[in-house]
Design a protein around this ligand. Structure first.
Ligand SMILES: C[S@@+](CC[C@H](N)C(=O)[O-])C[C@H]1O[C@@H](n2cnc3c(N)ncnc32)[C@H](O)[C@@H]1O
Length: 250
């Protein structure tokens, strides 16, 4: 009986220790999640069930949405022509269109950099195929399709003068990792132009998770070391144009 009692006590102690260790592991995992900004949340329609710095990440647009990106009324509706004009670009610049989709902006940017390049980065092979098809017709011979990953655009470090992200960043499933990788690929002093539908404006006819506030954008870019330069929330009908910069001296 004595032996059995000791054995039971030993098993109990072992189980208690295991629970303590499990609790410690869980608490540290929670702390790590809080530290990197990610938290798991109840998935809403159109979201991925994960929040970053308090913002639920939207699910990304499938390549089947490409005709919407290329719709004839887009230029007038979103003043995409004005957006391209507003960007400070030199003819020799290396520009990256991150989350390029069908390449709507890549080919418009290509005309602005006749002596430079446009890296059209996307994670969907089908979107890149649309871009390659367009290049094959002779359009945009300085456009280079790049198959990025969800964690980074796979561009060389310190090479990009300007990154343009139109209606894409809010869909990145790993925004922190993407932000860190984009930061690395920018040249010191290089700019990142973030274009997102204005969440502050209820009249913008876009689903909530596909919009961002200026404050949230600033918070997330600051988290990866990008400095805010300017915000233009009036030139475009529906979107913010927010410019950030990688510091010149690190
Ligand atoms: C709504 S579309 C916008 C396309 C384009 N910027 C435009 O305005 O016409 C967003 C694109 O971002 C891409 N995307 C999502 N996550 C990405 C990531 N981590 N890196 C690069 N592209 C990504 C999607 O595949 C999709 O093609």
């Amino acid at each position: 009986m004595l032996m059995v009692g000791w054995f039971r006590k030993g098993v109990l102690m072992h189980l208690m220790l295991r629970s303590i260790v499990a609790a410690v592991v869980l608490v540290s995992a929670g702390a790590a999640a809080a530290q990197d900004g990610y938290t798991n949340i109840a998935q809403s329609f159109d979201g991925i069930g994960k929040a970053y710095m308090g913002r639920e990440i939207a699910s990304f647009m499938s390549h089947e949405g490409a005709p919407w990106l290329e719709r004839p009324g887009r230029e007038q509706q979103e003043r995409t022509d004005k957006l391209v004009e507003l960007l400070d670009i030199k003819p020799t610049d290396y520009v990256a269109d991150i989350g390029a989709g069908s390449g709507y902006f890549s080919f418009r940017l290509s005309k602005r950099v006749p002596k430079g390049y446009v890296f059209a980065v996307d994670i969907q092979e089908e979107m890149l195929a649309l871009i390659k098809d367009k290049i094959a017709t002779g359009e945009g011979d300085n456009v280079i399709p790049v198959h990025g990953s969800t964690a980074g655009p796979k561009l060389k470090e310190n090479t990009i003068d300007l990154m343009l992200l139109v209606d894409a960043y809010h869909e990145f499933s790993l925004p922190r990792e993407m932000g860190q990788a984009m930061y690395k690929s920018l040249k010191p002093g290089g700019h990142l132009a973030l274009v997102e539908y204005r969440a502050e404006d209820a009249s913008v006819p876009i689903k909530e998770l596909h919009k961002m506030t200026e404050a949230q954008a600033k918070l997330e870019m600051a988290a990866v070391g990008l400095e805010w330069v300017s915000t233009d929330s009036t030139s475009l009908p529906w979107q913010h144009l927010i410019i950030f910069r990688k510091p010149s001296a690190e």
